[in-house]
Design a protein around this ligand. Structure first.
Ligand code: SAH
Ligand code: SF4
Ligand code: F3S
Length: 462
């Protein structure tokens, strides 16, 4: 396939440099790694700064208004760069572009952009680029066809952690969410292809993989082979050389008892589950089209904690969904105390045109009220996160070291199997290694520890 790409693109990137900028979720980050892989197979090499780049590829997100505004602001700044550097190629892709009205609006406002490409256009990227350069006006490709991803090159940004998509798209149509419109229907990757890829990653020395999908729990349903996500996880758990398996995201309505059992019995499957609840009120959950109740959600939490006692649970919660009353909100607040999440990602509802909830505009909650609810929710969650983290002080945990700490270059940072960030001091660079640290102090967002054991190879400890 890379050979094929080169042929179509005529090594157009020889002696040229590329820069990628990503705004979205992990699926978006992975798409950027594919784009980087394609660019490198065309001969481009990475640039570190926009000024030295010959091509800038921006991968956008449409899930809330804020990331969309950031893209528009960035394009505004790039206008000046493009004016001073005529040959600079700018390509804008991803979820924001996959919305026809938005793509048309961007192309009108930012006529200096060479190419707008949607989420389905990755395999066509080399041809599109060639067509777009020298086209005189923006080329737009938001065609939903022909997006088979198998065999595309990937330039991974880490040498010890890899993203591995298992299912693309989403069929759930939660009423607030733009994702099903911009990512298309669910498409599972072939079972054997995933196993083959993970085996080869393990062979290359990758210690950790994160399986990706908007709803990994629907993996396999469209393949009709009777092999589901639990079966896939069970198989991956047996791959030698690999130490940690993570996955994102699970939808509560499809979390099966079999999956909990595989998580319990697996060795490499990490003791962490991200299980977005979105809201604690049944009335709001129904209006969100989430298709589970608060009671069902809490039952799952109980089952998970019973099966895997040291599991860390994280969630996504939204405040200010149209029509959310103070009482509805209080039920979300109360969910925090009942579920005791290790961490919650909290969002203010943002109207997305084209979604079902956009029709509830008359019931929108005033912005000030939404912000106040977010503040109350985050405050309570922060207290809980700190309480849970404090229980770890004095314990010894396994870390996969990610590199130097962002705020203190004297320290290194790693993640526990439960996905908690830990900073510790070490004389030598331990990046990409598994070590053991004893936790010395706990904070809301991270912990600190001292190195007690440089664990050789892939020893597994919880
Ligand atoms: N597929 C994942 C989530 C993808 S979007 C899932 O089902 O959980 C990530 C998070 O963004 C969602 O969990 C939700 O909390 C939030 N989100 C999605 N649409 C939103 C909107 N319109 N406004 C605010 N937050 C939103
Ligand atoms: Fe959006 Fe719901 Fe699909 Fe998640 S499951 S991507 S929230 S529609
Ligand atoms: Fe954003 Fe698209 Fe991911 S909308 S959250 S980048 S799937």
């Amino acid at each position: 396939m890379p050979g094929d790409i080169q042929e179509k693109g005529f090594l157009m990137g020889r002696d040229k440099r590329y820069l990628t900028i990503t705004f979205g979720c992990q699926a978006n980050e992975f798409d950027t790694e594919v784009l980087a892989g394609i660019l490198e197979s065309l001969g481009y090499r990475p640039a570190t700064d926009p000024v030295e780049a010959d091509i800038i590829v921006i991968n956008t997100c449409a899930v809330r208004r804020k990331p969309e505004e950031k893209v528009a602001a960035l394009l505004g700044r790039l206008r000046t760069l493009k004016e001073s550097k005529e040959d600079l190629v700018i390509a804008v892709g991803g979820c924001m572009v996959q919305q026809p009205a938005v793509a048309a609006d961007l192309a009108r406002r930012f006529r200096f952009v060479n190419l707008f490409f949607g989420t389905h256009a990755l395999p066509r990227f080399p041809q599109l680029l060639r067509q777009a350069i020298g086209n005189g006006r923006p080329l737009i490709d938001i065609d939903e066809n022909g997006d088979c991803r198998e065999g595309l090159p990937v330039r991974r940004s880490s040498s010890f952690h890899a993203w591995v998509p298992v299912i693309y798209g989403c069929n759930n149509f939660c009423s607030y969410c733009i994702v099903p419109y911009v990512r298309g229907r669910e498409r599972s990757r072939p079972f054997d292809e995933i196993i083959r890829e993970v085996r080869s990653l393990a062979g290359e020395g990758y210690l950790e993989i994160t399986l990706l999908g908007q709803n990994v729990n629907s993996y396999g349903h469209d393949l009709g082979e009777g092999r589901d996500f639990a079966a896939l996880l069970g198989e991956l758990d047996r791959i030698e050389g690999l130490s940690r398996i993570r996955f994102l995201t699970s939808h509560p309505k499809d979390l099966s008892p079999r999956l909990i059992e595989v998580m319990r019995s697996g060795n490499k499957i990490c003791e962490h589950l991200h299980l977005p609840a979105q809201a604690g009120s049944n009335r709001i959950l129904e209006r969100m089209n989430r298709r589970y109740t608060r009671e069902h959600y809490l039952e799952l939490v109980e089952n998970l904690k019973e099966a895997i006692p040291d599991i860390a649970l994280t969630t996504d919660l939204m405040v200010g969904f149209p029509g959310e009353t103070e009482e509805d909100f209080r039920q979300t607040l109360a969910l925090l105390d009942e579920a005791r999440f290790d961490q919650a990602f909290t969002f203010i509802y943002s109207l997305r045109s084209g979604t079902q909830a956009a029709e509830l505009k008359k019931e929108e909650i005033p912005a000030g009220e939404k912000r106040e609810r977010l503040r109350r929710l985050a405050r309570r969650q922060n207290e809980i996160s700190l309480e849970i983290n404090r229980l770890l002080v004095g314990k010894t945990v396994e870390l996969l070291v990610e590199g130097k700490s962002k705020n203190n270059p004297e320290m290194q940072s790693g993640r526990t199997r439960t996905n908690k960030l830990v900073h510790f001091a070490a004389a030598e660079d331990m990046t990409g290694k598994l070590v053991e640290v004893e936790i010395t102090a706990a904070y809301t967002w991270y912990l600190t520890g001292k190195l007690v054991n440089k664990v050789p190879g892939t020893k597994l400890t919880k």
